[in-house]
Write a protein that binds this ligand. Structure first.
Ligand code: AMP
Length: 527
């Protein structure tokens, strides 16, 4: 067979050749709308590659973005890879010390940003010594405007070639204790992941698909949708604002068939429809991931005639690991049974393997019996081997990555998540460190010990609850503890409740046993 290096440039070449006029629509933050197509994205990506080389960038250099979803951000996905660079999509919701850390750690050379994030850029500029060039996606007021910057090039350019194992993108995850960790995606891993993403049992894309991805382009490569969408030549509709009224209007106006987002995004959309007394848009498929999709959400979408694709994955897994969708016995199942099945996290897509191992003895692989739960491990060509600049591999000797999630694998391969071993809480799609909250809480003079766990919440999926053992002879109220934490952590990290307990369970090695604590408070409700 012929040599065909799996480079991202093939993806955009294909889209421009086979679906040149398929539209890419953007609704900007100021309410204006622009339209381009795959031929336009291809042309602009070439100009962008030229413009980056003209700035003196070389193969392997990193280009950061601080931006929402829009066509110019999409151009940069192909324009950076096209000159051999590595795109670093930064999450603007990170704390500023994290933004400082990740940009310096990645040694980003250029920062592409939305005008809406000008205040962040102004505050961070002095803390980002490696960034030599700032380009603003949608305004020329404080930095060269993207369109002018690429407009100076003629687009007559051969993509920079290279090895398919070269990096093309880096995403940092803050769903971890300590500093955020960088995961570099390669050209090859990205292509393999996107090809698997096209399958009927994954995103089910065809050229008739019209996708509005609500999942941000800065979160885990927007679940790989831009690449898979380019391969299938789909129409994309992007919204640079996350307002359900705007999303709803665009879905109807542009004939959107597919959308994807974390549960809180869907919840906001339901609430909007209820307020307005209108129906949900007639979507063909809704992908829900990043946190567990609750029953009522699945029911409502299914009653709307929408296929629900409940997905599990991580930044470390590019991110798709499993996706739920109709299985062979689907037509025989009742509505209730279909909903119950969809609440589980789906089945592995081709390319990745899952296994569960004993929590105390990770060498012991557990059965896929639908009952036994264990630490979830994954391996495959788009799963991290080593974090960027780390000294050691992040996988076991036999190549498995420990996800920090705990689950059950059913005999038909369906994954069901039940818990998490990592000390983080996911609220509305963003991470909160339980360890940092605990450390801050024990600084209070009346606190002997504190343990923070995520409890199910109807709006935010999970919210932190702090369990506190008071020092003998002291007294303090939950309000006093919350007040004490106010200047130590971000406001949205503050626990939803502080509960006083006589003791906190520990493991044999003396660590706080969150598992036992969660079991003890299994019926706890919030919200
Ligand atoms: P991130 O790297 O920020 O995308 O977060 C990945 C983590 O989010 C996973 O390890 C899980 O803990 C959680 N997660 C992702 N998808 C789901 C899901 N469908 N259900 C429950 N938790 C999920």
């Amino acid at each position: 067979m012929q040599d065909w290096s799996m480079r991202i440039s093939h993806v955009i070449d294909h889209a421009a050749r086979e679906a040149p006029n398929r539209e890419i629509v953007t609704r900007w933050a100021d309410g204006s709308e622009t339209r381009t197509d795959w031929a336009g994205v291809h042309r602009d990506a070439k100009k962008m590659s030229q413009a980056l080389l003209a700035l003196g960038l070389k193969k392997g250099d990193k280009v950061a973005s601080l931006a929402m979803n829009h066509a110019r951000h999409l151009v940069s996905w192909f324009g950076v890879a096209g000159m051999g660079g590595v795109l670093h999509t930064c999450n603007p919701r990170l704390f500023e010390d994290q933004l400082e850390y990740i940009v310096n750690h990645a040694e980003d050379r250029v920062m592409l940003y939305d005008a809406a994030f000008q205040p962040i850029v102004d505050r961070m500029r002095d803390k980002w010594p490696t960034v030599k060039h700032y380009i603003c996606f949608d305004s020329g007021e404080h930095a060269p405007a993207f369109e002018d910057w690429i407009g100076a090039q003629d687009g007559d350019f051969e993509w920079v070639g290279g090895d398919e194992r070269d990096p093309c993108m880096i995403c940092y995850t803050s769903g971890t204790t300590g500093n955020p960790k960088g995961v570099q995606y390669e050209h090859r891993s990205t292509i393999l992941h996107a090809v698997s993403g096209l399958q009927p049992s994954t995103f089910n894309f065809s050229s008739s698909s019209v996708m509005l991805p609500v999942v941000p382009m800065f979160h885990a490569a927007s679940w790989g949708l831009p690449y898979a969408g380019a391969m299938a030549g789909i129409k994309f509709v992007f919204a640079a604002v996350n307002d359900p009224a705007v999303l709803h209007e665009l879905m109807l106006k542009e004939g959107v068939t597919d959308s994807a987002g974390v549960p809180t995004v869907w919840l906001a959309h339901f609430q909007y429809c209820d307020r307005e007394g209108i129906d949900l848009p007639p979507l063909r498929a809704a992908t829900i991931g990043g946190s567990a999709a609750p029953r009522f959400m699945i029911e409502r979408l299914m009653k709307n005639g929408t296929r629900v694709q409940h997905a599990w994955g991580m930044t470390e897994t590019s991110p798709i690991g499993t996706v739920g969708g109709p299985t062979h016995e689907w037509d025989q199942l009742s509505f209730e049974e279909k909903v119950t099945k969809t609440m589980k996290q789906g089945r592995p897509i081709f390319g990745v393997e899952l296994r569960i191992v004993d929590l105390d003895d990770p060498t012991k692989v557990l059965p896929r019996d639908g009952e036994t739960s264990g630490a979830l491990q994954i391996r495959g060509p788009w799963v991290v081997k080593r974090y960027f600049k780390a000294e050691h591999d992040a996988v076991t000797e036999d190549g498995w990555f420990d996800t920090g999630d705990v689950g059950i694998i059913h005999p038909d391969g369906t994954l069901q998540l039940t818990d998490r071993t990592k000390d983080v809480i996911k609220s509305g799609g963003e991470w909160i460190s339980s360890v940092e909250l605990e450390n801050a809480a024990v600084g209070h003079p009346a606190v002997a010990e504190a343990a923070c766990v995520g409890m199910p919440h109807p709006k935010w999926d999970e919210r932190p609850v702090l369990f506190v053992v008071r020092k003998e002879g002291t007294d303090c109220s939950s309000e006093e503890i919350t007040e004490f934490l106010t200047d130590k952590v971000a406001k949205w990290w503050l626990p939803d409740a502080v509960e006083f307990v006589d003791d906190i369970p520990h493991t044999a090695t003396g660590k706080i046993s969150k598992k036992d604590l969660r079991e003890r408070f299994a019926d706890y409700t919030l919200g």
